[in-house]
Design a protein around this ligand. Structure first.
Ligand code: TYM
Length: 335
């Protein structure tokens, strides 16, 4: 990033490294992240500290996190243009989180939908981190004076809490943080499961047929789309009572860069079977180069290591500037 970029907007986002990058993550987030690199100063990290809120087997967690880094690069995130790193490599995230914790109410954190959902799902492990999760997210965002946060719709509530925390802190201590805005795509903000189109496609879905990932092979992708659950009737049309077909139309439109109206016209008179095949083939074609690049990156661990180290160093440099300012504002002794 050069000096001329000083006035450019700062973009930041992350994904928890569990499973693999899904079609939902890709259309809701990563596809936009890649495009935003052309116009903005972008910071993309692997949210490995967030992932620890659910029990992980250490060996597998390490492997998955590294694989995610390679998937980021394979999706076109470019370390020459953007800062790409592991959250756990930049200690400023946790440090700012503590200070923000002291400016966040338990009531606010416990009202978060994701906290309630995850508490229900992991009833035997409702740890402090699960509740503190959105405050860490606020620290991620506020550390870098972020303007825009490209995420899917499920993160909107966390973004609102981040804004509340930033505004409260600025009011109490004087202007410190940029108040960020969410950037939610009009198409692809909520991609649904291929097996139950009333719920979002999720990395942690135990049914492998529920989603596809950017590194699945073509046969797997096409097979899963062929098996996708559709609705009664035969028309290929976006309608509330047709969640299955609406989801597939959305996916096809977002992958091909078309409007949903154009997709409806394109498939007028086609049957569900043909349409599902076409959507599967389009997704498979889009992900083929990603899978190939991924294999190339995974074969070069030294490059991954060096790129991650440079990313963390750059991120820490920027983060430290904010953290120093925050420590001063709250009254910590500084010599
Ligand atoms: P995570 O890992 O659940 O999801 C990563 C991104 O993918 C989006 N997404 C979807 N978009 C459309 N359809 C879907 N089915 C779908 N599933 C997931 C999510 O909205 C998200 O943008 N808390 C975050 C990670 C995070 C973060 C941050 C994000 C940590 N710190 C700071 C932004 C800024 C999370 O768990 O995302």
């Amino acid at each position: 990033m050069d000096n001329a970029s000083e006035k450019r907007k700062v973009i930041l986002s992350g994904i928890q490294p569990t499973g693999t990058v899904t079609l939902g993550n890709y259309l809701g987030a990563v596809q936009n992240w890649r495009k935003m690199q052309e116009e903005f100063d972008c910071i993309y990290f692997i949210a490995d500290m967030h992932a620890l809120t659910v029990r992980r087997e250490p060996q597998e967690f390490r492997q998955t996190s590294l694989s995610f880094f390679a998937q980021y690069l394979a999706c076109g995130l470019d370390p020459k243009r953007s800062i790409i790193y592991f959250q756990s490599h930049v200690h400023q995230h946790a440090e700012l989180q503590w200070i923000l914790n002291c400016n966040t109410y338990v009531g606010e954190a416990s009202r978060m939908t994701q906290f309630k959902d995850k508490s229900a799902k992991h009833a035997d492990n409702i740890n402090m981190g699960l509740m503190d999760y959105p405050v860490l997210m606020a620290a991620d965002i506020l550390l870098f004076q972020t303007d825009l946060v490209p995420v899917g719709i499920d993160q909107k509530q966390h973004l609102e809490l981040t804004r509340d925390i930033a505004i409260r802190f600025n009011n109490r201590y004087g202007q410190t943080f940029t108040v960020p805005e969410p950037y939610i795509p009009t198409l692809g903000a909520k991609i649904c499961s291929l097996q139950d189109p009333t719920v979002k496609m999720s990395k942690s879905d135990p049914d492998p047929n529920a989603g596809v990932s950017v590194i699945d092979d073509e046969a797997t992708i096409v097979r899963r789309f062929k098996r996708a659950v559709t609705d009664s009737g035969s028309e290929i049309i976006m309608r509330e009572d047709k969640p299955g077909i609406s989801n597939l139309i959305t996916i096809y439109a977002a992958i091909e860069g078309k409007t949903t109206d154009a997709v409806e016209r394109e498939f007028e008179g086609s049957g569900y079977g043909d349409f599902k095949l076409k959507v599967g083939e389009a997704v498979a074609a889009k992900f083929k180069p990603i899978r190939e690049e991924y294999a190339r990156f995974m074969a070069d661990k030294a490059y991954l290591q060096q790129t991650a180290a440079e990313g963390a160093q750059h991120a820490a440099y920027i983060a430290e500037k904010t953290l120093r300012k925050v420590k001063k504002k709250v009254g910590f002794v500084q010599f």
